[in-house]
Design a protein around this ligand. Structure first.
Ligand code: F6R
Length: 611
Protein backbone atom coordinates (compact mmCIF):
# COMPACT_ATOMS: atom_id res chain seq x y z
CA UNK A 1 0.00 0.00 0.00
CA UNK A 2 1.02 3.65 0.00
CA UNK A 3 4.68 4.30 0.64
CA UNK A 4 5.83 7.25 2.72
CA UNK A 5 9.22 8.89 3.01
CA UNK A 6 10.30 12.05 4.81
CA UNK A 7 13.81 13.49 4.75
CA UNK A 8 15.45 16.41 6.58
CA UNK A 9 19.19 16.52 6.19
CA UNK A 10 22.40 17.56 4.57
CA UNK A 11 21.97 16.14 1.07
CA UNK A 12 19.68 16.97 -1.78
CA UNK A 13 16.19 16.13 -0.51
CA UNK A 14 14.48 15.54 -3.93
CA UNK A 15 17.10 12.90 -4.77
CA UNK A 16 16.77 11.29 -1.33
CA UNK A 17 12.98 11.25 -1.66
CA UNK A 18 12.97 9.76 -5.17
CA UNK A 19 15.45 7.07 -4.12
CA UNK A 20 13.28 6.29 -1.11
CA UNK A 21 10.16 6.10 -3.29
CA UNK A 22 11.92 3.73 -5.69
CA UNK A 23 12.79 1.52 -2.74
CA UNK A 24 9.16 1.59 -1.61
CA UNK A 25 7.80 0.88 -5.12
CA UNK A 26 7.42 -2.80 -4.31
CA UNK A 27 4.60 -1.97 -1.88
CA UNK A 28 2.38 -1.34 -4.92
CA UNK A 29 1.16 2.06 -6.14
CA UNK A 30 -0.42 3.94 -9.01
CA UNK A 31 0.87 7.52 -8.64
CA UNK A 32 3.61 9.38 -6.81
CA UNK A 33 4.53 12.82 -5.54
CA UNK A 34 6.91 14.87 -3.44
CA UNK A 35 6.83 18.19 -1.60
CA UNK A 36 10.01 20.05 -0.65
CA UNK A 37 10.94 23.22 1.16
CA UNK A 38 12.87 25.29 -1.38
CA UNK A 39 13.69 28.99 -0.97
CA UNK A 40 11.42 29.01 2.09
CA UNK A 41 8.31 27.78 0.25
CA UNK A 42 6.82 24.32 -0.24
CA UNK A 43 7.01 23.07 -3.82
CA UNK A 44 4.86 20.11 -4.84
CA UNK A 45 5.36 17.72 -7.79
CA UNK A 46 3.04 14.84 -8.67
CA UNK A 47 2.61 12.33 -11.45
CA UNK A 48 0.53 9.32 -12.36
CA UNK A 49 2.28 5.98 -12.89
CA UNK A 50 5.80 5.01 -12.00
CA UNK A 51 8.27 6.95 -9.88
CA UNK A 52 10.37 7.24 -13.05
CA UNK A 53 7.63 9.54 -14.47
CA UNK A 54 7.95 11.78 -11.43
CA UNK A 55 11.72 11.81 -11.79
CA UNK A 56 11.33 13.10 -15.37
CA UNK A 57 9.31 16.08 -14.09
CA UNK A 58 11.84 17.10 -11.46
CA UNK A 59 13.31 20.55 -12.27
CA UNK A 60 17.10 20.11 -12.25
CA UNK A 61 17.55 23.29 -10.20
CA UNK A 62 15.18 22.32 -7.36
CA UNK A 63 17.38 22.79 -4.30
CA UNK A 64 16.00 21.50 -1.03
CA UNK A 65 17.15 19.82 2.15
CA UNK A 66 13.79 18.85 3.58
CA UNK A 67 10.76 17.16 2.04
CA UNK A 68 8.20 14.38 1.95
CA UNK A 69 7.37 11.81 -0.74
CA UNK A 70 4.54 9.38 -1.37
CA UNK A 71 3.51 6.50 -3.58
CA UNK A 72 -0.28 6.20 -3.67
CA UNK A 73 -2.38 3.05 -3.92
CA UNK A 74 -5.87 4.41 -4.63
CA UNK A 75 -8.61 3.82 -2.06
CA UNK A 76 -10.81 6.95 -2.04
CA UNK A 77 -10.84 8.56 -5.48
CA UNK A 78 -9.48 7.31 -8.78
CA UNK A 79 -5.93 7.33 -10.06
CA UNK A 80 -5.20 10.93 -11.10
CA UNK A 81 -2.69 13.68 -10.55
CA UNK A 82 -5.11 15.66 -8.42
CA UNK A 83 -5.70 12.69 -6.12
CA UNK A 84 -1.98 11.91 -5.83
CA UNK A 85 -0.24 13.05 -2.64
CA UNK A 86 1.07 15.40 -1.21
CA UNK A 87 -2.12 17.35 -0.53
CA UNK A 88 -1.98 21.00 0.43
CA UNK A 89 -4.59 23.06 2.19
CA UNK A 90 -3.78 26.45 3.73
CA UNK A 91 -0.55 26.10 5.70
CA UNK A 92 -0.58 22.31 5.63
CA UNK A 93 1.02 19.95 3.11
CA UNK A 94 0.83 16.26 3.96
CA UNK A 95 1.13 12.68 2.81
CA UNK A 96 -0.99 9.88 4.22
CA UNK A 97 -1.09 6.09 4.30
CA UNK A 98 -4.33 4.61 5.61
CA UNK A 99 -8.02 5.41 5.48
CA UNK A 100 -9.88 8.14 7.35
CA UNK A 101 -13.19 6.33 7.65
CA UNK A 102 -15.23 9.31 8.82
CA UNK A 103 -13.86 11.62 6.15
CA UNK A 104 -17.32 12.28 4.71
CA UNK A 105 -18.72 13.60 8.02
CA UNK A 106 -15.61 15.77 8.45
CA UNK A 107 -15.93 17.04 4.87
CA UNK A 108 -19.53 18.16 5.55
CA UNK A 109 -18.40 20.13 8.61
CA UNK A 110 -15.57 21.75 6.63
CA UNK A 111 -17.95 22.63 3.80
CA UNK A 112 -20.19 24.41 6.30
CA UNK A 113 -17.12 26.54 7.10
CA UNK A 114 -16.84 27.35 3.39
CA UNK A 115 -13.88 25.02 2.80
CA UNK A 116 -14.00 22.74 -0.24
CA UNK A 117 -11.54 20.03 -1.30
CA UNK A 118 -10.28 19.77 -4.85
CA UNK A 119 -9.55 16.04 -4.82
CA UNK A 120 -11.76 13.05 -4.03
CA UNK A 121 -9.44 11.82 -1.29
CA UNK A 122 -9.90 11.35 2.44
CA UNK A 123 -6.29 12.54 2.82
CA UNK A 124 -7.08 16.05 1.61
CA UNK A 125 -9.84 16.26 4.22
CA UNK A 126 -7.18 15.40 6.83
CA UNK A 127 -5.01 18.27 5.54
CA UNK A 128 -8.01 20.61 5.71
CA UNK A 129 -8.87 19.62 9.26
CA UNK A 130 -5.31 19.97 10.55
CA UNK A 131 -5.11 23.37 8.85
CA UNK A 132 -8.38 24.43 10.47
CA UNK A 133 -6.83 23.84 13.91
CA UNK A 134 -3.46 25.39 13.09
CA UNK A 135 -2.58 28.69 14.71
CA UNK A 136 1.17 28.35 14.78
CA UNK A 137 1.35 25.35 17.11
CA UNK A 138 1.80 22.14 15.12
CA UNK A 139 1.36 19.89 18.14
CA UNK A 140 -2.06 21.16 19.14
CA UNK A 141 -3.28 21.24 15.53
CA UNK A 142 -2.22 17.63 14.95
CA UNK A 143 -3.58 16.47 18.29
CA UNK A 144 -6.97 18.17 17.85
CA UNK A 145 -7.31 16.76 14.34
CA UNK A 146 -6.34 13.16 15.09
CA UNK A 147 -8.77 13.07 17.99
CA UNK A 148 -11.48 13.47 15.35
CA UNK A 149 -10.22 10.83 12.92
CA UNK A 150 -11.45 7.29 12.91
CA UNK A 151 -9.62 4.79 10.78
CA UNK A 152 -5.92 4.27 10.21
CA UNK A 153 -3.18 6.67 9.29
CA UNK A 154 0.48 7.46 9.04
CA UNK A 155 1.04 11.13 8.24
CA UNK A 156 4.08 13.24 7.39
CA UNK A 157 3.05 16.87 7.66
CA UNK A 158 4.81 20.10 6.73
CA UNK A 159 3.61 23.56 7.77
CA UNK A 160 4.44 26.36 5.37
CA UNK A 161 5.71 28.62 8.16
CA UNK A 162 7.97 25.97 9.74
CA UNK A 163 10.72 25.39 7.17
CA UNK A 164 13.01 22.38 7.34
CA UNK A 165 10.65 20.53 9.73
CA UNK A 166 8.38 17.52 9.27
CA UNK A 167 5.84 16.28 11.82
CA UNK A 168 4.73 12.66 11.83
CA UNK A 169 2.03 10.69 13.58
CA UNK A 170 0.52 7.28 13.03
CA UNK A 171 -2.23 4.93 14.13
CA UNK A 172 -2.63 1.53 12.52
CA UNK A 173 -0.34 2.26 9.57
CA UNK A 174 3.43 1.78 9.86
CA UNK A 175 6.13 4.44 10.19
CA UNK A 176 9.78 3.85 11.06
CA UNK A 177 12.43 6.49 11.76
CA UNK A 178 16.21 6.78 11.86
CA UNK A 179 18.91 9.40 12.38
CA UNK A 180 22.12 9.27 10.39
CA UNK A 181 25.06 11.44 9.42
CA UNK A 182 23.14 12.44 6.31
CA UNK A 183 20.07 13.54 8.21
CA UNK A 184 16.82 12.27 9.72
CA UNK A 185 14.57 9.95 7.73
CA UNK A 186 11.10 8.49 8.24
CA UNK A 187 9.48 5.88 6.02
CA UNK A 188 6.76 3.28 5.78
CA UNK A 189 9.30 0.52 6.09
CA UNK A 190 12.90 -0.25 6.79
CA UNK A 191 13.80 -0.87 3.16
CA UNK A 192 13.85 2.90 2.56
CA UNK A 193 16.04 3.54 5.62
CA UNK A 194 18.66 0.91 4.82
CA UNK A 195 20.97 3.20 2.85
CA UNK A 196 21.20 5.45 5.92
CA UNK A 197 21.26 3.25 8.98
CA UNK A 198 20.63 -0.22 10.40
CA UNK A 199 19.35 1.27 13.66
CA UNK A 200 15.82 2.57 13.68
CA UNK A 201 12.72 2.87 15.79
CA UNK A 202 9.05 2.32 15.16
CA UNK A 203 7.14 5.52 15.90
CA UNK A 204 4.73 4.47 18.68
CA UNK A 205 1.05 4.98 17.88
CA UNK A 206 -0.36 8.40 18.66
CA UNK A 207 3.01 9.95 19.42
CA UNK A 208 4.27 12.89 17.41
CA UNK A 209 7.74 12.91 15.85
CA UNK A 210 9.25 16.29 15.06
CA UNK A 211 11.83 15.59 12.38
CA UNK A 212 14.66 18.04 11.72
CA UNK A 213 18.07 17.44 10.14
CA UNK A 214 19.80 16.86 13.51
CA UNK A 215 17.19 15.05 15.54
CA UNK A 216 13.85 13.33 15.79
CA UNK A 217 12.01 14.45 18.91
CA UNK A 218 9.14 12.19 19.99
CA UNK A 219 6.39 13.37 22.34
CA UNK A 220 3.02 11.99 23.35
CA UNK A 221 -0.21 13.86 22.78
CA UNK A 222 0.17 15.58 26.17
CA UNK A 223 3.57 16.92 25.12
CA UNK A 224 5.67 14.58 27.31
CA UNK A 225 8.95 13.57 25.67
CA UNK A 226 9.21 9.82 24.95
CA UNK A 227 12.14 7.54 24.09
CA UNK A 228 11.11 4.87 21.59
CA UNK A 229 12.93 1.55 21.70
CA UNK A 230 15.83 1.33 19.21
CA UNK A 231 15.87 -1.74 16.98
CA UNK A 232 18.44 -2.88 14.51
CA UNK A 233 18.34 -5.08 11.45
CA UNK A 234 20.78 -7.81 10.55
CA UNK A 235 20.52 -7.55 6.77
CA UNK A 236 21.91 -4.85 4.51
CA UNK A 237 21.00 -2.99 1.33
CA UNK A 238 22.16 -5.83 -0.93
CA UNK A 239 19.51 -8.13 0.62
CA UNK A 240 16.91 -5.70 -0.69
CA UNK A 241 18.41 -5.55 -4.20
CA UNK A 242 18.13 -7.92 -7.14
CA UNK A 243 21.75 -9.09 -7.07
CA UNK A 244 21.85 -10.10 -10.72
CA UNK A 245 18.42 -11.77 -10.84
CA UNK A 246 15.95 -10.54 -13.42
CA UNK A 247 13.24 -10.12 -10.79
CA UNK A 248 12.99 -9.91 -7.02
CA UNK A 249 10.58 -12.82 -7.11
CA UNK A 250 13.13 -15.12 -8.74
CA UNK A 251 15.84 -13.98 -6.34
CA UNK A 252 13.54 -14.63 -3.41
CA UNK A 253 12.62 -18.09 -4.72
CA UNK A 254 16.31 -18.94 -4.91
CA UNK A 255 16.95 -17.55 -1.43
CA UNK A 256 14.78 -20.22 0.17
CA UNK A 257 17.51 -22.66 1.24
CA UNK A 258 19.10 -19.75 3.11
CA UNK A 259 15.89 -18.24 4.50
CA UNK A 260 14.80 -21.67 5.74
CA UNK A 261 18.19 -22.25 7.31
CA UNK A 262 17.89 -18.90 9.13
CA UNK A 263 14.40 -19.71 10.36
CA UNK A 264 15.04 -23.31 11.41
CA UNK A 265 18.63 -23.55 12.65
CA UNK A 266 18.58 -21.13 15.61
CA UNK A 267 15.55 -22.98 16.99
CA UNK A 268 16.99 -26.51 17.02
CA UNK A 269 19.00 -27.59 20.06
CA UNK A 270 20.23 -30.76 21.65
CA UNK A 271 18.46 -31.24 24.99
CA UNK A 272 21.91 -31.39 26.65
CA UNK A 273 25.49 -31.85 25.53
CA UNK A 274 25.43 -35.67 25.64
CA UNK A 275 21.95 -36.03 24.25
CA UNK A 276 21.14 -37.37 20.82
CA UNK A 277 17.78 -35.61 20.91
CA UNK A 278 17.44 -32.52 18.72
CA UNK A 279 14.40 -30.47 19.66
CA UNK A 280 12.90 -27.05 18.95
CA UNK A 281 13.81 -24.53 21.62
CA UNK A 282 12.21 -21.08 21.81
CA UNK A 283 14.26 -19.62 24.68
CA UNK A 284 15.90 -17.01 22.47
CA UNK A 285 12.50 -16.03 21.09
CA UNK A 286 11.16 -15.44 24.60
CA UNK A 287 8.20 -17.67 23.80
CA UNK A 288 7.25 -19.09 27.22
CA UNK A 289 6.32 -22.77 27.54
CA UNK A 290 3.21 -21.63 29.43
CA UNK A 291 1.82 -20.35 26.11
CA UNK A 292 1.27 -23.97 25.09
CA UNK A 293 -0.22 -25.25 28.35
CA UNK A 294 -3.96 -25.60 29.02
CA UNK A 295 -4.86 -25.06 25.38
CA UNK A 296 -7.88 -26.94 24.08
CA UNK A 297 -8.28 -25.17 20.76
CA UNK A 298 -6.13 -23.32 18.24
CA UNK A 299 -7.31 -20.73 15.75
CA UNK A 300 -5.00 -19.58 12.97
CA UNK A 301 -5.94 -16.30 11.36
CA UNK A 302 -4.26 -14.44 8.50
CA UNK A 303 -4.81 -13.22 4.92
CA UNK A 304 -3.81 -14.52 1.49
CA UNK A 305 -0.63 -16.54 1.33
CA UNK A 306 -0.04 -16.25 5.07
CA UNK A 307 -3.46 -17.81 5.57
CA UNK A 308 -2.47 -20.61 3.19
CA UNK A 309 0.57 -21.30 5.38
CA UNK A 310 -1.98 -21.66 8.16
CA UNK A 311 -3.85 -24.34 6.17
CA UNK A 312 -0.70 -26.48 6.28
CA UNK A 313 -0.18 -25.54 9.94
CA UNK A 314 -3.68 -26.74 10.78
CA UNK A 315 -3.15 -30.21 9.35
CA UNK A 316 0.18 -30.57 11.10
CA UNK A 317 -1.01 -29.32 14.49
CA UNK A 318 -4.12 -31.48 14.45
CA UNK A 319 -2.15 -34.56 13.45
CA UNK A 320 0.39 -34.14 16.21
CA UNK A 321 -1.71 -32.63 19.01
CA UNK A 322 -5.15 -34.09 18.40
CA UNK A 323 -6.83 -30.83 19.41
CA UNK A 324 -9.16 -28.87 17.13
CA UNK A 325 -7.49 -26.29 14.93
CA UNK A 326 -9.32 -23.96 12.55
CA UNK A 327 -8.07 -21.45 9.98
CA UNK A 328 -9.99 -18.21 9.68
CA UNK A 329 -9.64 -15.49 7.06
CA UNK A 330 -8.79 -12.46 9.21
CA UNK A 331 -11.21 -10.09 7.45
CA UNK A 332 -14.07 -12.52 8.26
CA UNK A 333 -12.92 -13.56 11.71
CA UNK A 334 -12.82 -10.00 13.01
CA UNK A 335 -16.54 -9.48 12.34
CA UNK A 336 -17.81 -12.93 13.29
CA UNK A 337 -18.07 -12.47 17.05
CA UNK A 338 -15.86 -15.52 17.57
CA UNK A 339 -16.07 -17.73 20.65
CA UNK A 340 -12.67 -17.54 22.37
CA UNK A 341 -11.40 -17.95 25.92
CA UNK A 342 -8.16 -18.33 27.85
CA UNK A 343 -7.86 -21.94 26.66
CA UNK A 344 -7.70 -20.81 23.03
CA UNK A 345 -4.40 -20.09 21.33
CA UNK A 346 -4.79 -17.68 18.42
CA UNK A 347 -1.91 -17.75 15.95
CA UNK A 348 -1.71 -14.78 13.58
CA UNK A 349 0.55 -15.05 10.54
CA UNK A 350 1.89 -12.10 8.58
CA UNK A 351 4.97 -11.38 6.52
CA UNK A 352 4.66 -7.61 6.91
CA UNK A 353 3.23 -7.66 10.41
CA UNK A 354 1.06 -4.72 9.33
CA UNK A 355 -1.90 -6.29 7.50
CA UNK A 356 -4.87 -4.33 8.82
CA UNK A 357 -7.32 -7.25 9.06
CA UNK A 358 -4.80 -9.57 10.70
CA UNK A 359 -3.90 -6.87 13.21
CA UNK A 360 -7.58 -6.32 14.00
CA UNK A 361 -8.09 -10.09 14.42
CA UNK A 362 -5.18 -10.19 16.85
CA UNK A 363 -6.56 -7.28 18.88
CA UNK A 364 -9.96 -8.95 19.03
CA UNK A 365 -8.44 -12.25 20.19
CA UNK A 366 -6.55 -10.45 22.96
CA UNK A 367 -9.65 -8.58 24.07
CA UNK A 368 -11.59 -11.81 24.29
CA UNK A 369 -8.94 -13.31 26.57
CA UNK A 370 -7.25 -15.77 24.18
CA UNK A 371 -3.49 -16.35 24.24
CA UNK A 372 -1.81 -14.96 21.15
CA UNK A 373 1.25 -15.98 19.19
CA UNK A 374 2.26 -14.33 15.94
CA UNK A 375 4.44 -15.60 13.12
CA UNK A 376 5.90 -12.45 11.58
CA UNK A 377 8.77 -11.55 9.27
CA UNK A 378 9.19 -7.81 9.81
CA UNK A 379 10.85 -7.02 13.11
CA UNK A 380 9.07 -4.53 15.36
CA UNK A 381 5.93 -4.49 13.20
CA UNK A 382 2.54 -3.85 14.81
CA UNK A 383 1.43 -7.50 14.89
CA UNK A 384 4.76 -8.57 16.41
CA UNK A 385 4.60 -5.88 19.06
CA UNK A 386 1.03 -6.52 20.07
CA UNK A 387 1.08 -10.33 20.39
CA UNK A 388 1.75 -12.11 23.68
CA UNK A 389 4.63 -13.86 21.93
CA UNK A 390 6.24 -13.61 18.52
CA UNK A 391 8.02 -16.16 16.37
CA UNK A 392 10.09 -14.22 13.84
CA UNK A 393 10.66 -15.89 10.51
CA UNK A 394 14.10 -14.77 9.44
CA UNK A 395 13.27 -14.73 5.74
CA UNK A 396 14.92 -11.33 5.20
CA UNK A 397 13.29 -8.54 3.21
CA UNK A 398 10.68 -9.75 0.74
CA UNK A 399 10.27 -7.22 -2.04
CA UNK A 400 8.25 -8.99 -4.77
CA UNK A 401 4.53 -8.58 -4.17
CA UNK A 402 4.04 -12.35 -4.55
CA UNK A 403 5.18 -13.95 -1.34
CA UNK A 404 7.61 -16.87 -1.73
CA UNK A 405 10.38 -17.17 0.84
CA UNK A 406 8.18 -15.67 3.56
CA UNK A 407 5.61 -18.43 2.90
CA UNK A 408 8.08 -21.32 3.22
CA UNK A 409 9.53 -19.69 6.36
CA UNK A 410 6.00 -19.50 7.75
CA UNK A 411 5.63 -23.21 7.02
CA UNK A 412 8.89 -23.89 8.87
CA UNK A 413 7.57 -21.85 11.79
CA UNK A 414 4.43 -24.01 11.95
CA UNK A 415 6.48 -27.20 11.88
CA UNK A 416 8.70 -25.97 14.72
CA UNK A 417 5.73 -24.76 16.76
CA UNK A 418 3.90 -28.07 16.27
CA UNK A 419 6.97 -30.09 17.29
CA UNK A 420 7.64 -27.91 20.35
CA UNK A 421 3.98 -28.00 21.37
CA UNK A 422 3.83 -31.79 21.01
CA UNK A 423 7.07 -32.19 22.97
CA UNK A 424 5.97 -29.94 25.85
CA UNK A 425 2.55 -31.48 26.17
CA UNK A 426 3.97 -35.01 25.74
CA UNK A 427 1.49 -35.68 22.96
CA UNK A 428 4.36 -37.22 20.99
CA UNK A 429 7.37 -39.00 22.46
CA UNK A 430 10.64 -37.10 22.79
CA UNK A 431 12.19 -39.45 20.24
CA UNK A 432 9.41 -38.82 17.74
CA UNK A 433 9.70 -35.02 18.19
CA UNK A 434 13.44 -35.24 17.74
CA UNK A 435 13.12 -37.37 14.61
CA UNK A 436 10.65 -34.90 13.10
CA UNK A 437 12.91 -31.96 14.00
CA UNK A 438 15.90 -33.46 12.26
CA UNK A 439 13.79 -34.22 9.20
CA UNK A 440 12.85 -30.55 9.11
CA UNK A 441 16.47 -29.58 9.16
CA UNK A 442 17.12 -31.98 6.26
CA UNK A 443 14.60 -30.34 3.95
CA UNK A 444 17.21 -27.71 3.06
CA UNK A 445 19.17 -29.93 0.62
CA UNK A 446 15.84 -31.14 -0.81
CA UNK A 447 14.83 -27.56 -1.47
CA UNK A 448 18.17 -26.98 -3.20
CA UNK A 449 17.50 -29.98 -5.41
CA UNK A 450 14.04 -28.75 -6.34
CA UNK A 451 15.47 -25.43 -7.47
CA UNK A 452 17.48 -27.37 -10.05
CA UNK A 453 14.19 -28.23 -11.76
CA UNK A 454 13.70 -24.58 -12.73
CA UNK A 455 14.46 -25.13 -16.43
CA UNK A 456 12.04 -28.01 -16.63
CA UNK A 457 9.34 -25.91 -14.94
CA UNK A 458 10.04 -23.09 -17.41
CA UNK A 459 9.45 -25.46 -20.34
CA UNK A 460 6.22 -26.75 -18.78
CA UNK A 461 4.96 -23.23 -18.17
CA UNK A 462 4.94 -22.62 -21.95
CA UNK A 463 1.81 -24.78 -21.95
CA UNK A 464 0.02 -22.31 -19.70
CA UNK A 465 0.73 -18.97 -21.33
CA UNK A 466 -2.39 -18.86 -23.45
CA UNK A 467 -4.73 -20.47 -20.92
CA UNK A 468 -7.72 -18.44 -19.80
CA UNK A 469 -8.73 -20.70 -16.90
CA UNK A 470 -6.94 -23.37 -14.97
CA UNK A 471 -7.35 -25.49 -11.87
CA UNK A 472 -5.16 -26.75 -9.07
CA UNK A 473 -6.32 -29.93 -7.36
CA UNK A 474 -5.06 -31.93 -4.41
CA UNK A 475 -6.06 -33.63 -1.18
CA UNK A 476 -4.91 -32.99 2.40
CA UNK A 477 -1.61 -31.11 2.45
CA UNK A 478 -1.77 -31.00 -1.34
CA UNK A 479 -5.12 -29.21 -1.22
CA UNK A 480 -3.60 -26.55 1.05
CA UNK A 481 -0.75 -26.22 -1.46
CA UNK A 482 -3.22 -26.01 -4.34
CA UNK A 483 -4.71 -22.90 -2.71
CA UNK A 484 -1.25 -21.36 -2.56
CA UNK A 485 -0.32 -22.44 -6.12
CA UNK A 486 -3.52 -20.90 -7.42
CA UNK A 487 -3.17 -17.51 -5.71
CA UNK A 488 0.47 -17.28 -6.80
CA UNK A 489 -0.38 -18.02 -10.40
CA UNK A 490 -3.42 -15.75 -10.67
CA UNK A 491 -1.82 -12.75 -8.97
CA UNK A 492 1.12 -12.51 -11.34
CA UNK A 493 -0.17 -14.09 -14.58
CA UNK A 494 -3.75 -12.68 -14.55
CA UNK A 495 -4.99 -16.13 -15.64
CA UNK A 496 -8.18 -17.11 -13.89
CA UNK A 497 -7.34 -19.98 -11.60
CA UNK A 498 -9.06 -21.92 -8.83
CA UNK A 499 -7.97 -24.44 -6.24
CA UNK A 500 -10.14 -27.40 -5.41
CA UNK A 501 -10.05 -30.24 -2.97
CA UNK A 502 -9.83 -32.93 -5.66
CA UNK A 503 -12.85 -34.84 -4.35
CA UNK A 504 -15.01 -31.73 -4.61
CA UNK A 505 -14.64 -31.27 -8.37
CA UNK A 506 -17.50 -33.52 -9.34
CA UNK A 507 -19.88 -31.53 -7.15
CA UNK A 508 -20.00 -28.72 -9.69
CA UNK A 509 -16.68 -27.53 -11.04
CA UNK A 510 -16.03 -30.49 -13.31
CA UNK A 511 -18.44 -28.86 -15.79
CA UNK A 512 -15.70 -26.27 -16.44
CA UNK A 513 -13.06 -28.87 -17.25
CA UNK A 514 -13.11 -29.29 -21.01
CA UNK A 515 -10.63 -30.15 -23.78
CA UNK A 516 -7.24 -28.57 -23.11
CA UNK A 517 -8.07 -26.85 -19.80
CA UNK A 518 -4.89 -27.07 -17.68
CA UNK A 519 -5.21 -28.91 -14.39
CA UNK A 520 -2.24 -28.94 -12.03
CA UNK A 521 -2.70 -32.11 -10.00
CA UNK A 522 -0.70 -32.52 -6.80
CA UNK A 523 -0.26 -36.17 -5.82
CA UNK A 524 2.47 -36.28 -3.17
CA UNK A 525 0.56 -37.75 -0.22
CA UNK A 526 0.52 -41.57 0.00
CA UNK A 527 -2.53 -41.76 2.31
CA UNK A 528 -4.78 -40.24 -0.39
CA UNK A 529 -2.77 -41.19 -3.46
CA UNK A 530 -5.18 -43.72 -4.95
CA UNK A 531 -8.11 -41.32 -4.44
CA UNK A 532 -6.11 -38.60 -6.13
CA UNK A 533 -5.44 -40.84 -9.11
CA UNK A 534 -9.19 -41.39 -9.49
CA UNK A 535 -9.67 -37.60 -9.55
CA UNK A 536 -6.94 -37.19 -12.17
CA UNK A 537 -8.74 -39.80 -14.28
CA UNK A 538 -11.94 -37.76 -13.98
CA UNK A 539 -10.36 -34.59 -15.35
CA UNK A 540 -8.37 -36.50 -17.94
CA UNK A 541 -11.56 -38.12 -19.24
CA UNK A 542 -12.87 -34.58 -19.93
CA UNK A 543 -9.78 -33.68 -21.96
CA UNK A 544 -7.82 -31.72 -19.32
CA UNK A 545 -4.18 -30.92 -19.96
CA UNK A 546 -2.72 -32.45 -16.79
CA UNK A 547 0.51 -31.35 -15.11
CA UNK A 548 1.19 -33.76 -12.31
CA UNK A 549 3.48 -33.08 -9.34
CA UNK A 550 4.29 -36.28 -7.54
CA UNK A 551 6.94 -38.36 -5.77
CA UNK A 552 9.63 -40.66 -7.13
CA UNK A 553 8.04 -43.89 -5.99
CA UNK A 554 4.53 -43.02 -7.17
CA UNK A 555 3.42 -45.15 -10.11
CA UNK A 556 1.07 -43.24 -12.43
CA UNK A 557 -0.20 -44.45 -15.78
CA UNK A 558 1.56 -42.14 -18.30
CA UNK A 559 -1.66 -41.69 -20.28
CA UNK A 560 -3.07 -39.76 -17.31
CA UNK A 561 -0.83 -36.73 -17.60
CA UNK A 562 0.90 -34.52 -20.18
CA UNK A 563 3.72 -33.28 -17.98
CA UNK A 564 5.16 -34.58 -14.75
CA UNK A 565 7.38 -33.00 -12.08
CA UNK A 566 8.95 -35.31 -9.51
CA UNK A 567 9.98 -34.27 -6.02
CA UNK A 568 13.28 -35.49 -4.56
CA UNK A 569 12.85 -38.42 -2.13
CA UNK A 570 11.26 -36.84 0.95
CA UNK A 571 9.02 -37.78 3.87
CA UNK A 572 5.51 -36.79 2.61
CA UNK A 573 4.91 -34.69 5.73
CA UNK A 574 7.71 -32.41 4.57
CA UNK A 575 6.86 -32.44 0.87
CA UNK A 576 5.05 -29.04 1.04
CA UNK A 577 8.37 -27.18 1.09
CA UNK A 578 9.39 -28.72 -2.23
CA UNK A 579 5.96 -28.63 -3.86
CA UNK A 580 5.55 -24.96 -2.94
CA UNK A 581 8.76 -24.06 -4.74
CA UNK A 582 7.68 -25.85 -7.92
CA UNK A 583 4.40 -23.94 -7.83
CA UNK A 584 6.22 -20.63 -7.29
CA UNK A 585 8.46 -21.34 -10.28
CA UNK A 586 5.47 -22.30 -12.40
CA UNK A 587 3.77 -18.98 -11.61
CA UNK A 588 7.00 -17.03 -12.13
CA UNK A 589 7.82 -18.45 -15.56
CA UNK A 590 4.24 -18.25 -16.79
CA UNK A 591 4.15 -14.55 -15.87
CA UNK A 592 7.58 -13.98 -17.41
CA UNK A 593 6.59 -15.68 -20.67
CA UNK A 594 3.40 -13.65 -20.80
CA UNK A 595 5.56 -10.53 -20.60
CA UNK A 596 4.01 -9.21 -17.39
CA UNK A 597 5.31 -7.16 -14.48
CA UNK A 598 6.25 -10.09 -12.25
CA UNK A 599 7.28 -8.10 -9.19
CA UNK A 600 4.53 -5.51 -9.17
CA UNK A 601 1.31 -7.04 -10.49
CA UNK A 602 -1.52 -4.64 -11.26
CA UNK A 603 -3.86 -3.56 -8.46
CA UNK A 604 -1.92 -5.36 -5.73
CA UNK A 605 0.09 -4.04 -2.82
CA UNK A 606 2.74 -5.74 -0.75
CA UNK A 607 1.60 -4.54 2.61
CA UNK A 608 -2.17 -4.22 2.96
CA UNK A 609 -2.56 -1.64 5.68
CA UNK A 610 -6.22 -0.84 4.99
CA UNK A 611 -9.29 -3.04 5.35
C1 F6R B 1 0.31 -13.31 -2.10
C2 F6R B 1 0.58 -12.41 -0.98
C3 F6R B 1 -0.55 -11.93 -0.16
C4 F6R B 1 -0.13 -11.78 1.32
C5 F6R B 1 -1.27 -11.15 2.14
C6 F6R B 1 -0.91 -11.07 3.61
O1 F6R B 1 1.48 -13.70 -2.73
O2 F6R B 1 1.71 -12.06 -0.75
O3 F6R B 1 -1.67 -12.74 -0.28
O4 F6R B 1 0.20 -13.03 1.82
O5 F6R B 1 -1.54 -9.88 1.66
O6 F6R B 1 0.21 -10.28 3.82
P1 F6R B 1 1.04 -10.37 5.14
O7 F6R B 1 1.70 -11.72 5.18
O8 F6R B 1 2.04 -9.26 5.07
O9 F6R B 1 0.07 -10.22 6.27
Amino acid sequence: MCGIIGFAGYKNAPEALLNGLSELEYRGYDSAGIACFSDGVIKVLKSVGKVSNLRKELPPDLLSFCGIGHTRWATHGGVSKVNAHPHTFGCVTLIHNGIIENYHELELILKQQGKFPISQTDSEIAAMLIDSFYQGNAYTAIRDAVLQFSGSYAFCIMFSDQPETIYCIRKGSPLVCCCSEQGSIVASDMVALLRYSKDYFVLPELQIAKVTRNSILVTDLEGQECTPKLLSITWDLSSAQKNGFKHYMLKEIYEQPESLRRTIMPRLRKTDDDSVLLLPDFTEDNIPDSLFSNINRIIITACGTAMHAGLIGRILLERLLRIPVSVEIASEFRYENPILDKYTLVITVSQSGETADTLAALRLAKNLGAKTLSIVNVKGSSIARESNAVFYTHAGPEIAVASTKAYTSQLAAFYLIAFRFAYLTKLQTDTQCSLLSSKLFHIIPDVEQVLMLADKVKKISRNLISATDLFFIGRGLDYALSCEGSIKLKEITYIHSEAYAAGELKHGTLSLVTEGVPVIALATQPDVFSKMISNIKEVRARGAFVICITTQDAVIDPTLYDQKLILPPIDPLFAPFCTAILLQLLAYYTSLLRGLDVDQPRNLAKSVTVE
